[in-house]
Design a protein around this ligand. Structure first.
Ligand code: SF4
Ligand code: FES
Length: 357
């Protein structure tokens, strides 16, 4: 198949993070500080990414502000002509730091919010973060940068959906991402406690629809569905190795952020292999590209160019084979696995995210 250049790079600068979210999709085993790429490694990787065609760089983590070289990396990425987005918890983002990053070419800030009220939000974050986030939103708006508020939805905050939308409005968000939890990495441990109920999801739908209509032209709202409840899977990553790549803090290059969970996949590192080689020629990026790898029912399905067979990581996690049809799909012979999970009524305590070693 023809492979086109990637559009985006998710640069996970560090796994260190001041929050302890139970829905964290980073791996259970985090990369330690001592194993992180150096500043020179990152600038080289960013240059290679731009040469490859990348136009959007998402500086993420963990908390990217934990890297003292963040300003240098912003300067480098924006100097290459990339649109640079900071994905942050907001903790550690002071006015001088933000203004400095903006002057260096930062183009956008994506701020996470855990819930609509301080008590609930701080409980879910495992840190006193709520007030700081409100202050950071004000700073971002004052700086003139566009602001996206990202809220991961789950059983423990779905009941606040209307208040969450109102909060994002009051923060002046240009865009609000309401993303039902995706169960990868640490979040998979908490799946039973995080899984929203059918009733919660049914109640959410009219609230989101009304807000989308009311706020059109003011605040864009993106609603990511709870895919376990859907009859067909999400078009994960818009197809494997199709549009975006991720570099983990230690330089491992991933076709999707959760791909390290697929233990049968051999992953390359940007310290050893060029990004172009990895993107175009590596085993990992070619493993599930296009349709060749598909088995039935995807192979002959009329939806295969729409959803690309769903999510490879989910297929691996739930069936043990990443080449299987995503078991969320109602046409998958493994759909029963997902139905059993949904039938489980248990709501165990949340296991909060631990720190990186
Ligand atoms: Fe998508 Fe495969 Fe299901 Fe068809 S069978 S809808 S291609 S996941
Ligand atoms: Fe990895 Fe969907 S999360 S392919």
């Amino acid at each position: 198949m023809d492979v086109t250049a990637p559009l985006g790079l998710l640069a996970e600068l560090t796994h260190r993070c001041p929050l302890h979210c139970s829905y964290c999709s980073n791996p259970v085993e985090l990369v330690s500080r001592s194993a992180e790429l150096s500043t020179a490694d990152w600038t080289d990787a960013l240059s290679q990414a731009r040469e490859l065609g990348v136009l959007q760089v998402h500086l993420s983590g963990g908390e990217p502000l934990a890297r003292p070289d963040l300003p240098e990396l912003v300067t480098h990425a924006s100097g290459l002509g990339c649109y640079v987005n900071l994905v942050t918890s907001g903790l550690g983002l002071t006015e001088p730091r933000l203004n400095d990053l903006a002057e260096r070419g930062l183009a956008h800030v994506q701020l996470s919010v855990q819930a609509a009220t301080p008590d609930r939000a701080n409980l879910l974050a495992g840190a006193k973060a709520f007030d700081r986030k409100l202050a950071v939103a004000e700073l971002v708006k004052a700086s003139g940068l566009p602001l996206t508020v990202n809220v991961v939805l789950h059983r423990q905050n779905h009941d606040q959906l209307a208040e969450i939308i109102a909060l994002a409005e009051s923060m002046g968000a240009d865009r609000l991402e309401l993303a039902n939890t995706q169960y990868y990495g640490w979040a998979l441990r908490n799946r039973d406690a995080l899984m929203p109920t059918r009733t919660q999801l049914a109640a959410a739908e009219p609230v989101v629809r009304a807000a989308v209509n009311r706020l059109r032209g003011t605040m864009e709202i993106i609603y990511v569905v709870a895919d376990y409840y859907e009859p067909f899977p999400k078009p994960c990553m818009h197809g494997w190795g199709a549009r975006q790549l991720t570099i983990a803090p230690d330089g491992t290059v991933l076709p999707c952020t959760a791909a390290s969970a697929i233990t049968t996949l051999t992953l390359d590192n940007v310290r050893d292999t060029s990004l172009a080689d990895i993107w175009y020629r590596s085993e990992s990026f070619n493993a599930y590209r296009g349709e060749e790898w598909m088995s039935d029912p995807c192979r002959t399905c009329d939806r295969r160019t729409t959803d690309f067979g769903g999510c490879r990581c989910q297929a691996f996690q739930l069936t043990g084979d990443a080449a299987n049809t995503d078991p969320v799909c109602s046409r998958s012979p493994n759909r029963g696995t997902v139905d059993l999970i949904l039938a489980a009524p248990s709501t165990p305590d949340l296991i909060m995210r631990g720190p990186a070693r």
